[in-house]
Design a binder for this molecule. Structure first.
Ligand code: NTF
Length: 811
């Protein structure tokens, strides 16, 4: 129950009056055009039509939502609350048409359906894998009838739009809701007040925080429907608003227009923009404000919801509430819950700590030390003075426990402390997360193992039972059914039903079809058609590397291979034709990889303009990789590049989307690649490169990339081409930075893995030339990837960490 109002339906109204005949649908569409947009079919713009269609579809979910809320209120279940600073929800229209079974009705009712559907804007409220994973998990939670709410921030500006200008990335604002967002329900009654700054005083022996600044958090929610079930959950997004009356009329009257709105602007800035960098520790106060804003609003909302049925019964809180922290961004929830319980609800510390600790779970999504957030003590002290006191108290008690277990082990205590002392005092958010949670998990088997052995080793030694693995997954509804309708139809007809969409392990039933000539031919036809839709050559091998740009992901290794192919063709070789597809965004300040983007496009220009090369090689870099573009690329891919340096990629989820669409992986033993290979079989996976242990050893030894460069003629030729102006109209300086980073440091061992990678690519080519053999591998990749459904991920979380029970919604 969301509103606290009575869940009973108005007795005179049948909420299911929204029928699903063509007449019902057309009438509702018209009525939305008339009454919501104030227009008519004849004069409707594409936006009018889109908005009316969206509302027509949304209303069919709203009725299910009402029944879901009633069922939840009745059951008073244990809830999962998913706290995430990022969600990459993807386009809503196609999904909600599918989930309401109204796709055909809409195509019939809307005069120009494709133009209308093209108005749908993807809410890009995340950077990459972490945000898309959050959206997949929400989809599976609803599909599995689990009571859950996602909490996040409603950024005005989502992840920037990427343009390519002279081959370089240019960032443009993504004003995603500029035309309104018909999928969203504002709930201004559920406003929360959030404090910042100020001072802490003692009143009757209790600490009291008096914030110096307050901001309103105004929620709205979007519906999260389950597939093939009536459950509709929500994701609640907070937007910052200035308190009423913040506009300074006096200043305005004196012509001080900017000053008049200064307070409003300062407050509303908090939810203005998503930070487009998920890979470094960004020391910006505004980002910390965002984090606290999310946490403070969400916790109060969670307590409000708890109070409907369990008011004041704090001993029930952790039994009814489990809160999952999506990485460290929402970890301030731990001291905030302590503050609420101790300062506002006046529980004693030990009881409050038990409740807090039993409530939280923490998922870590990285291994990179630079991505583990820390915040300067001085920043927290200024912004959240009471929280700093609480963090110190948690730390004091925690370190006492450590010294008792490991007496005299000063180094250990320094490593585990929530406070880093050098070079500047900072709070280590990952340590705080582990100490304040009852369960910690990594996102793939290898990642969880490495976390326990390296990044969080001291903690895993102290509390081995607290550490878990939950391998990521992706939703087959969006990434197979919606993205690849032709393949989905083929799968359903082969399996005799579409039950696989709710139980992806059923894909196993496709295995025998790998040996069926007619099926393989049909499988290939669909791949060809999907390539045409993407705009790449249908008979070329489509070789894709699509993901955020980061040095550890080694787009540069793919590029070196591409340059080598180009040079071989120039030298008269005739390799199997391929299109190399690169797509992805770079953090705006991450110059090392922005140079790589520029270089890729320079190579693309050279390759694509060379008629001698055209029959064999093309390089394609579509701009602005996002969920929508991904949905077009995955179905067209033959080869999935997962070539990060082993031990660096926590999991990867693009690897799963591609395998499910029949792409064969070439990859290192990194992240979830390890599990993909285990499942699809070593014969159906092109493995290369150092493993995590070898990579760690080489990195810690005296690694000399120049030795590899000097020893390998093809490698040298490819690297030299970067430096001699081949791709820069003779300018030898253009890519000097890339060259130097490769030859002098090569932090991610690109040169060390180059030859092994090329050998694996030779194997790829050999298999590709045997179309039947390749297709069999492609089919087996799909057939054996059912494990990578996010439904399985949710089942794992439910079993090992959350302990949730489904609540069925009455028809
Ligand atoms: C990402 N982490 C990892 O880099 C991916 O390997 C993983 O698949 C996804 O999370 C989802 O688990 C992040 O985005 C972050 F923010 F932690 F760096």
């Amino acid at each position: 129950m969301e509103t606290g109002k009575s869940p009973r339906h108005d007795p005179g109204v049948d909420l299911r009056a929204l029928g699903n005949t063509p007449q019902d649908f057309a009438r509702d569409l018209l009525s939305n055009l008339y009454y919501e947009r104030g227009t008519t079919v004849e004069s409707a713009s594409a936006q009018d039509m889109y908005d009316s269609l969206a509302r027509t579809v949304r209303d069919r979910l709203a009725e299910r939502r009402a029944r879901t809320a009633a069922a939840h209120y009745q059951a008073n279940p244990r809830w999962l609350y998913y706290l995430s600073a990022e969600y990459m929800l993807g386009r809503q229209l196609e999904q909600n048409l599918l989930y309401t079974g109204t796709t055909d009705l809409a195509r019939e009712a809307v005069p120009d359906f494709d133009t209308t559907a093209a108005q749908d804007v993807e809410p890009g409220l995340g950077n990459g894998g972490l945000g898309r994973l959050a959206a997949c998990l929400l989809d599976s939670l609803a599909t599995m009838d689990l009571p859950a709410v996602g909490y996040g921030i409603r950024y005005d500006l989502g992840i920037f739009k990427q343009d390519l200008d002279a081959g370089g990335q240019v960032e443009r604002p993504d004003d995603w809701a500029f035309q309104g967002n018909p999928w969203e329900f504002p709930a201004p009654d559920d406003n929360q007040v959030v404090g910042f700054y100020g001072k802490v005083t003692s009143v009757d022996g209790r600490r009291e925080w008096e914030p110096a600044e307050t901001v309103l958090g105004e929620p709205s929610h979007m519906l999260v429907p389950g597939y093939g079930t009536d459950t509709v959950n929500i994701v609640r997004l907070w937007r910052a608003r200035a308190a009423q009356g913040s506009f300074d009329l006096t200043r305005f009257a004196h012509g001080q227009y900017a000053e008049a709105v200064a307070d409003v602007v300062r407050s509303e800035n908090i939810s203005k923009v998503l930070y487009p960098d998920d890979s470094t520790d960004l020391g910006r106060e505004l980002r910390l404000k965002q984090q606290y804003f999310l946490v403070s609003c969400s916790l109060r909302d969670i307590i409000r919801r708890f109070s409907f049925r369990n008011d004041g019964n704090w001993d029930e809180f952790a039994a009814k509430t489990t809160i999952q922290l999506n990485d460290t961004h929402p970890v301030l929830a731990i001291p905030e819950l302590m503050r609420l319980l101790v300062d506002e609800y006046e529980l004693d510390w030990d009881r409050a700590w038990r409740i807090t600790h039993d409530t939280f779970g923490y998922t870590c999504h990285t291994l990179l030390p630079e991505a583990l957030e820390t915040w300067p003590v001085a920043t927290i002290e200024n912004l959240l003075p009471r929280h700093l006191e609480i963090i110190y108290e948690i730390n004091a008690r925690f370190l006492a426990e450590v010294s008792e277990r490991f007496p005299g082990d000063v180094a250990r205590i320094q490593r585990m402390s929530l406070v880093q002392e050098e070079p500047e005092r900072r709070i280590r958010m990952a340590n705080l997360a582990v100490v304040g949670s009852r369960a910690v998990n990594g996102v793939a088997a290898l990642h969880s193992q490495l976390l326990a052995e390296t990044t969080l080793r001291d903690f895993a030694e102290l509390w081995p039972g607290r550490f878990h693995n939950v391998t990521n997954g992706v939703t087959p509804r969006r990434f197979v059914k919606i993205a690849n309708p032709a393949l989905s139809d083929l799968i359903s007809s082969a399996l005799g039903s579409d039950a696989w969409l709710r139980d992806l392990s059923l894909l196993q039933g496709l295995e025998p079809f790998a040996a069926d000539d007619a099926f393989r031919a049909r499988w290939r036809e669909i791949k060809r058609a999907n390539k045409l839709t993407l705009g790449v050559a249908p008979d070329f091998l489509t070789d894709v590397i699509v993901k955020r740009f980061h040095e550890y992901k080694r787009q540069l290794l793919k590029l070196l291979h591409t340059i080598t192919l180009y040079q071989r063709i120039r030298a008269g070789e005739t390799p199997a034709p391929r299109t190399v597809v690169f797509a992805g965004k770079a953090a705006p300040g991450y110059w090392a990889v922005k140079d790589v983007i520029r270089l890729i496009n320079a190579v693309a220009a050279t390759v694509n303009n060379d008629p001698a090369v055209a029959p064999y090689l093309k390089v394609f870099f579509p701009a602005n990789y996002n969920v929508t573009l991904g949905q077009r690329i995955y179905p067209a891919a033959d080869l999935s590049e997962q070539i990060s340096l082993a031990g660096k990629e926590a999991s990867g989820t693009g690897n799963m989307k591609l395998a499910l669409n029949g792409a064969v992986t070439i990859g290192t033993l990194d992240g979830a690649n390890v599990e993909i290979r285990d499942r699809v079989g070593a014969d159906n996976f092109f493995l290369f490169g150092l493993d995590a242990a070898e990579a760690a050893t080489l990195r810690s030894s005296d690694y000399r990339p120049r030795d590899y460069y000097e020893r390998d003629d093809e490698l040298r030729a490819a690297v030299d081409a970067i430096g001699d102006g081949t791709f820069a109209g003779g300018d030898r300086q253009a890519f000097g930075g890339v060259l130097a980073s490769l030859l002098d440091r090569d932090e991610y061992l690109t040169l060390a893995d180059f030859r092994s990678y090329l050998d694996a690519q030779a194997e790829v080519e050999k298999v590709w030339l045997d179309a039947e053999a390749w297709t069999a591998k492609s089919i087996l990749n799909t057939a054996r990837s059912g494990y990578f459904s996010s439904d399985r991920t949710i089942a794992d979380y439910t079993r090992t960490i959350w302990g949730l029970d489904p609540v069925r919604v009455n028809p």
